[in-house]
Design a protein around this ligand. Structure first.
Ligand SMILES: [Zn+2]
Length: 548
């Protein structure tokens, strides 16, 4: 008999087989019981977290002829759906069928009653890949769907789905499956398959799979093919040569605790395992970056590498500023690998340098917090831009929170009216992009902005609140806005966002400093800056480098 890949063989066919996602399963079951079925659902989440499986089980449940809480798996409808040949369950992969034609066809047939079951269910996977024409055609149908039709949209990238679609759907966010839940499911499967396993090996598989069940089972398949039906740590390390996320966090914690001996032992161990140090360095940058993003957004769904428990650990009990300094050190070292003959020793030096990173401001305020002496707590914006994460910000008086004050002033100095007039006329077309699949995210972030100033290579915009400003600045720091600006302004430009409140303060200060002739020189903005330069300019060099 041909070997069936484990992930195919053990695709969940009923709710209790879905790993994790308990809250979603329960909500869907209750909805059916109370006869409160919505007409459009949006299932969001990383790949391999059970979105399409859940969609199919849901389709089965609402068409099942038995009246139980779960699909019976025996009636005509259940069997046909299980075998993938039910005429009323229509699966569309938007990644391959992104033409308007397929959606027209869908819309054409929507009005006909179901042939076999009670409901027609359209499951549209990777819905963000649909063309804008197809999106718009679909929109009308979702607005007034016939009573017998249910749409289930699945996507790994909800931010690319039109807001008008999202607002008409009941949204469910599938989370990465926790290592614990995944281990349970995998062990059940291994036992059914009579495969011997080491407990630690199962954990390793789950960590490698990073929250995706499909990936976990593919890894198991590969390992048991290599080690003849046994799942061992040795085999996994031999095949993958990868450092797991908890291992990388552990290494970062050693750095944070100034445990030089532990660090060196760990690096030697990595070397013996044939670990790719370059990749490991990059992963450590990503881990710390996610921890910083979480400081500002408090939104765990923005983290793709770290799960909820890991986010806390990855913060290392350190301030945002300290972790940004660590990132800077890692980026610097990563850049140097190009010229290095011995990457390992560069990595070691990098970690040793990171050990001396300390946020003096934070330590000062920690020490003085028990007394009434507050003279050492920073009062100016420049000093405290980064050292206090958002939750503690209100305690520190400052003018410009997200961006470096002096740098913003130098951007204003470099701006002029001619550029502003040019840009203002082009910005009138912003609304043309609100529904564009490629640009909607950027256009909508700029929706309520006002243009503060324009320079040759940049614009400064005022926005409603800090969250929007942070989002724009974060995206821009990743180089994400430049292409949109080229489309919108016919010119590549960087976008700097400040809140309306900050705008007032900044302009007041500009006027005062102009009078006293103390304005900084005009900033020069390079569009292709390397990331380190960018971080320095954004946050101010003095905030990310501690000079002894
Ligand atoms: Zn049934």
């Amino acid at each position: 008999m041909a070997y069936i890949a484990l992930y195919r063989k053990y695709r969940p066919t009923n709710f209790e087989d879905v790993a994790g996602q308990k809250h979603i399963v329960k909500t869907l079951q209750n909805a059916v019981q109370q006869n409160r079925i919505a007409h459009a659902y949006l299932f969001c989440g990383p790949r391999g977290t059970g979105k399409t499986s859940t969609a199919k089980i849901f389709a089965k449940m609402i068409n099942c002829e038995s009246k139980t809480k779960r699909p019976c798996g025996k009636c005509d409808n259940c069997l046909a759906i299980q075998q993938g040949n039910h005429p009323d369950i229509i699966e569309i992969d938007a990644a391959s069928n992104n033409g308007v034609d397929q959606v027209r066809d869908l819309i054409e047939k929507v009005k006909y009653a179901p042939l076999k079951g009670k409901y027609k269910v359209y499951i549209i996977d990777e819905v963000h890949m649909m063309s804008s024409g197809a999106f718009n055609a679909l929109l009308k149908t979702i607005e007034e769907p016939p009573a017998h039709v249910i749409f289930i949209f699945a996507t790994t990238e909800p931010h690319k789905v039109l807001p008008t679609i999202i607002s008409r759907c009941q949204r469910y966010d599938f989370t990465k499956i926790s290592v614990k839940d995944m281990m349970e499911s995998i062990k059940k499967i291994l036992e059914k398959e009579n495969i011997q396993y080491e407990e630690e090996a199962v954990r390793l598989v789950c960590q490698l799979a990073d929250g995706g069940m499909r990936d976990a089972l593919s890894i198991v398949d590969q390992v048991i093919a290599y080690s003849l039906d046994k799942l061992t740590c040795e085999a996994i390390n031999a095949i993958y040569g990868i450092v797991t996320v908890p291992e990388k966090i552990e290494l970062l914690q050693m750095v944070s605790n100034q445990d030089a001996k532990g660090c060196m032992q760990k690096i030697n161990e990595f070397a013996e395992r044939g670990i790719d140090i370059k990749r490991c360095t990059n992963d450590m940058i990503e881990i710390l970056k996610e921890s910083v993003i979480h400081d500002y957004t408090k939104d765990a769904s923005l983290c793709t590498i770290l799960n909820k428990d890991e986010i806390h650990d990855a913060k290392l009990g350190r301030s945002t500023k300290e972790r940004l300094s660590m990132i800077e050190e890692l980026i610097k070292t990563y850049d140097q690998y190009r010229f290095a003959s011995n990457i390992q020793s560069y990595f070691e030096v990098c970690l040793l340098n990171m050990m001396s990173i300390e946020d003096k401001e934070v330590n000062v305020s920690r020490e003085t917090s028990s007394t009434d002496d507050i003279s050492d707590i920073p009062e100016t914006a420049e000093e405290s831009v980064i050292d206090s994460p958002p939750e503690t910000k209100q305690s520190v008086k400052k003018e410009i929170k997200g961006l470096d004050h002096e740098y913003m002033l130098s951007l204003l100095v470099g701006a002029n009216k001619t550029y502003k007039h040019e840009d203002l006329s082009k910005l009138e077309k912003l609304s043309n992009y609100y529904l564009s699949p490629a640009w909607a995210r950027y256009a909508n972030l700029l929706r309520d902005m006002n243009l503060v100033a324009s320079g040759k290579e940049y614009i400064i915009v005022g926005v409603k609140n800090e969250a929007i400003a942070n989002e724009i600045n974060e995206l821009d720091a990743q180089g994400a806005f430049i292409d949109f600006m080229e489309v919108l302004l016919s010119k590549k430009k960087k976008v700097f966002a400040i809140t309306n409140e900050e705008q007032k303060q900044l302009i007041n200060e500009f006027i005062q400093r102009q009078k006293s002739h103390t304005l900084p020189e005009a900033a020069s903005v390079k569009l292709e800056e390397d990331s380190l330069e960018l971080v320095k300019n954004l946050f101010g060099e003095e905030n990310i480098e501690i000079k002894e």
